[in-house]
Design a protein around this ligand. Structure first.
Ligand SMILES: Nc1ncnc2c1ncn2[C@@H]1O[C@H](COP(=O)(O)OP(=O)(O)OP(=O)(O)O)[C@@H](O)[C@H]1O
Length: 265
């Protein structure tokens, strides 16, 4: 591909004191891609994203964003990035508008511009009436919408989303799924981490599966399907992560709960 890479990871290795999490990740990402970054719990997905965002240090290898090494290239690239973390929370004491104007300013927007755009986006997400209410009074889904807006307000080119649909109702899920596609069509790049396989299957135009610290699969859903001969992404995931016997596991847990194992009933 002749296009400029948005993100490039070369031989990325990360060790925590008692665990090697990333074992040499190589990944080149191009404009317009919607990458579904998947893998079992603890595989290292969040660690990868945090390294890319400059939130975790001590890695080996190279991370280039918009053609610049993040270790030596300054922090300007962060203004072109949007991020919805998995366990984020809006500041409870701020109203949705205050929070969004604040985040917009952090990304270098003028406060009035951030506030005006935030107002329009809150209305688009059906939250106009709650714009001046404190976040502490918001439901989980309302908070998630505010977080999504906060990650997109400054019109980033590279967007990281960790379980972005968490807590959203069915209508909002449809809007966000469609929105991601529209943004990708406009050249934005989306890096999307989720455990909901049917959503990843539908949204992503490229799926990257991380297991045991390395990339076990990388391609479109169709490519992965041809290679694995499984019909669904869930099946491919189970095959590539070596998972068998969900029923046996469920039975043994149910036995523990009801005491059947201990009492041989
Ligand atoms: N600060 C830390 N110190 C030590 N170990 C850590 C630290 N952060 C993460 N780990 C370990 O690194 C591994 C990868 O964690 P990470 O959060 O990247 O996984 P993940 O793929 O995002 O998992 P999940 O799907 O559960 O969100 C886990 O074994 C975790 O315990």
């Amino acid at each position: 591909m002749g296009e400029e890479k948005v993100l490039s990871l070369s031989n990325l290795v990360m060790r925590y004191p008692n665990k090697q999490v990333l074992n040499g990740i190589n990944l080149d990402v191009y404009p317009g891609q919607i990458i579904g970054y998947i893998g079992p719990n603890g595989a290292g997905k969040s660690t990868t994203i945090k390294i890319i965002l400059g939130l975790v240090s001590g890695y080996e290898g190279t991370v280039e964003i918009f053609g610049k090494n993040i270790a030596t290239g300054g922090h300007d690239y962060k203004r072109r990035i949007g991020y919805v973390p998995e366990n984020a929370d809006v500041y409870d004491q701020l109203t949705a508008m205050e929070y969004l104007a604040f985040v917009g300013e952090l990304y270098g927007m003028k406060r009035e511009h951030a506030a005006e755009k935030a107002n329009q986006m809150l209305a688009a997400f059906d939250l106009e009436e709650r714009a001046h209410a404190r976040a502490s009074s918001f439901s989980k889904g309302m908070r998630q919408k505010v977080l999504i807006i906060s990650s997109l307000l400054h019109d980033p080119d590279l967007i990281f989303l960790d379980e972005p649909l968490s807590g959203l109702d069915a209508n909002s899920v449809m809007i966000v799924k469609e929105l991601l596609e529209k943004l990708a069509e406009r050249g934005k790049t989306i890096f999307y981490s989720s455990h909901i396989m049917d959503v990843v299957e539908k949204i992503s135009n490229r799926i990257v599966l991380l297991t045991d610290g390395h990339i076990a699969a990388d391609g479109t859903f169709e490519e992965l399907r041809k290679e694995s001969k499984e019909g669904s992404l869930e099946g491919i995931f189970n095959q590539l992560t070596g998972f068998v016997g969900h029923e046996e596991t469920a039975i043994s847990i149910a036995d523990l709960i009801t005491g059947a194992a201990a009492y041989g009933e």
